[in-house]
Ligand binder design. Sequence first.
Ligand SMILES: Nc1nc2c(c(=O)[nH]1)N[C@H]1C(S)=C(S)[C@@H](COP(=O)(O)OP(=O)(O)OC[C@H]3O[C@@H](n4cnc5c(=O)[nH]c(N)nc54)[C@H](O)[C@@H]3O)O[C@H]1N2
Ligand SMILES: Nc1nc2c(c(=O)[nH]1)N[C@H]1C(S)=C(S)[C@@H](COP(=O)(O)OP(=O)(O)OC[C@H]3O[C@@H](n4cnc5c(=O)[nH]c(N)nc54)[C@H](O)[C@@H]3O)O[C@H]1N2
Ligand code: SF4
Ligand SMILES: [Mo]
Length: 730
Amino acid sequence: MHRISRRRFLKIAGFGAGAAALAGGAASGLQAMARRAPGGETRVVPTSCDICFWKCNALAHVRDGRLWKITGNPGDPLSRGRLCPRGTGGIGAHFDPERLRAPLLRHKQRGEEAWVEVTWDEALGYVADRMQRIKAEHGPEAMALFSHGIGGNFLKHTLKAYGSPNIAAPSFAQCRGPRDVGFELTFGEGIGSPERTDIANARCLVLIGSHLGENMHNTQVQEFATAVAAGASIIVADPRFSIAASKARHYLPVKPGTDLALLLAWMNVLVVEGLYDKPYVEQFGFGFEHFQAEIATRTPEWAYPETGIPPEVIRETAREMARHRPATLVHPGRHATWYGNDAQRSRAIALLNALLGSWGRKGGFYFPNSMDVPGYPYPEYPKSGRGKVDNPGHKYPFASETITTGIRDATLTGQPYPIKGWLVYATNLLQALPSQDETIRAIQNLDLMAVVDVVPSEIAGWADVVLPEATYLERYDDLNVEFFREPFVALRQPAVPPPHDQKPNWWMARELALKLGLGAYYPWTDIEEYLDHRLKAAGYSLAELKQKGLVKGPKPPLFFDDGIVPEFATPSGKIEFYSTQLQAAGFDPVPRHERPAEGPPGSFRLLYGRAPVHTFSRTQTNPILRDAMEENEVWLNGSVGARMELQSGDYVRLRNQDGVLSNRVKVRVTEAIRPDCVYMVHGFGHTARGLRSAYGRGASDAELITRYATDPLMGGTGTNINFVTVEAEA
Ligand SMILES: Nc1nc2c(c(=O)[nH]1)N[C@H]1C(S)=C(S)[C@@H](COP(=O)(O)OP(=O)(O)OC[C@H]3O[C@@H](n4cnc5c(=O)[nH]c(N)nc54)[C@H](O)[C@@H]3O)O[C@H]1N2
Ligand SMILES: Nc1nc2c(c(=O)[nH]1)N[C@H]1C(S)=C(S)[C@@H](COP(=O)(O)OP(=O)(O)OC[C@H]3O[C@@H](n4cnc5c(=O)[nH]c(N)nc54)[C@H](O)[C@@H]3O)O[C@H]1N2
Ligand code: SF4
Ligand SMILES: [Mo]
């Protein structure tokens, strides 16, 4: 199989042309796997990618009944005909020899990964029986569903029909929650996914940690390449010299955890030097005088000892932002759960954008649109008298979605009421939630633990029942009615059948509902019937979508200048420079910086991020993507390497502040990271025995994240507060 060296790979992976080069590399792998029959008959099936949540629309090419390759759908506004390297290698998910093949029932202790194969009827019968008992003893709210991605829609429907409101995804409290809350508090609207950022037209793009090029969300990376090619000025603040940093005019190696100080100082410069968008702020701003007074002392000189960024660099970069406004986009980031003050840091990013006048302006933030595709007309769900379990007494007053870790807390404590069953769909809670110990202890309190997965993941290892799903290449999912700059509705449909006894989520959700006596909630018998019903209500049909993959709506106005009427769903109806909501709830109405706590002497802050060819912990056994990157490395500053006599390629172990020792992992000794932190790619260091080819390869950041700082505004779990020491491996 063709291999690309790591350095060459990182060099090329950042941009479109690079993605194409990798696609060549991966394609040689997939051709070998698909054992292409010469002259065979090819079928092209429009569908959508599910290797990550961007859901690019794609074309699956099937030759002589075998999956051959997958490419971008040229009509797709997300992929514009090109998939990212993960999407291209996605077909490996279908071929993965480590896949779950049949439903499994536990026959030893939880976590021992000892199973017997059972029929679907037995497996779902077991789940339904336990669910009925839980309902009888504790009420339906005692069942929780953790679900990530569009594939969870039908199980959510079943759980709501059963009577539980306790449904959560890690995408809120472990990912973009603080960002959306920070923007909601400021502009009255969140950022959403795909992000409403007009990167392509930005003349100046400011990236705070957002490591585009390693973070491979397709449209954003393509737009980033467009902006760079058009000569946009790029400013990157990151303790690590990322791929994005290598494209930057200004790279600021900010001290970890001090971005809020940097943001306040930038705003200080814009206000003190009168460089902000005055008419915009006068017209749309609320509480600007309070804000101005509050940031008056946040000078670049004040920020210097906090951030390590010299005052003249702060001034120069602030002026650079002002020069290009309103086409200066301070990217809101996505994975924002860093230090526990994350909603306030995100609010500061929102305020900086407000000063630059970029919200609602070309090269800034656009107003997304979706098509009008009505939901399926189901009977009403039963109403829960107890409300959700995750946020008792609205402890986190600005939580706008359900908090996964709040459900975990309730499972541990029984408060505000007990949780006795977990249904887990496509989320590896042991890699995704901080403190594995709390997750495991919570699982031990359950009467039912059921996991739907495609491989025997860590979380599946703790289940009573494991339900093997057909991959995205082998199933229908719900319609994707996307909110984007161009509205569209898209279909995921099977390109090939599942190879063994795997089933699609919709089938499981429906069968489970029937066994629970909830047949009234499934008036349709086959998903094609459901999809066609919804599409016809919108003026389309399943036949049309099966052929085209997606249909687009008319191009709507995106910016104030195109006629969008500026409206802000905040209490004042304006952009809130001063937040009366925060003030009333006892929080800083204008964000304030607090110095982050240091680690034990001699330790390094543990940072982590993405690799271009992997998604979280879900792609390490995919034979194509594994071939592109088999293990992660830990980045260590050159001075530290020299002191410890370590060279790139040597193996080390990391020990965190609570004594947890990682698996062995290669070091990468480099000047591209500050000396006070180390960095690794998330998703490696698998401990599930069934993941044979990924087991024990690299280290897991999740395992070392024993501590987290909870965001008091919205319950997000800041996880950049763990420290490690490095131990050479003999
Ligand atoms: N290939 C690939 N792409 C993905 C994903 C994937 O799994 N694989 N996942 C997608 C998802 S769901 C998400 S949420 C995004 C995540 O992608 P981002 O939102 O870009 O992720 P972050 O965690 O914000 O970024 C990690 C970067 O932040 C830097 N960093 C760490 N601490 C600090 C700090 O204190 N200050 C500053 N300024 N920088 C810091 C790290 O060095 C690293 O470069 O990626 C998306 N794209
Ligand atoms: N330590 C640490 N924790 C993190 C992050 C981090 O960088 N470091 N990132 C955070 C972020 S930004 C996010 S968005 C979350 C992501 O959290 P998750 O979405 O939970 O990510 P994964 O760990 O990849 O878990 C996905 C699971 O779904 C399974 N799966 C894959 N395909 C399918 C399918 O088609 N059907 C079914 N049923 N299952 C499938 C995989 O085998 C895997 O077990 O994690 C968060 N937690
Ligand atoms: S960004 Fe890549 S992995 Fe994600 S959906 Fe698009 S092609 Fe697939
Ligand atoms: Mo995420």
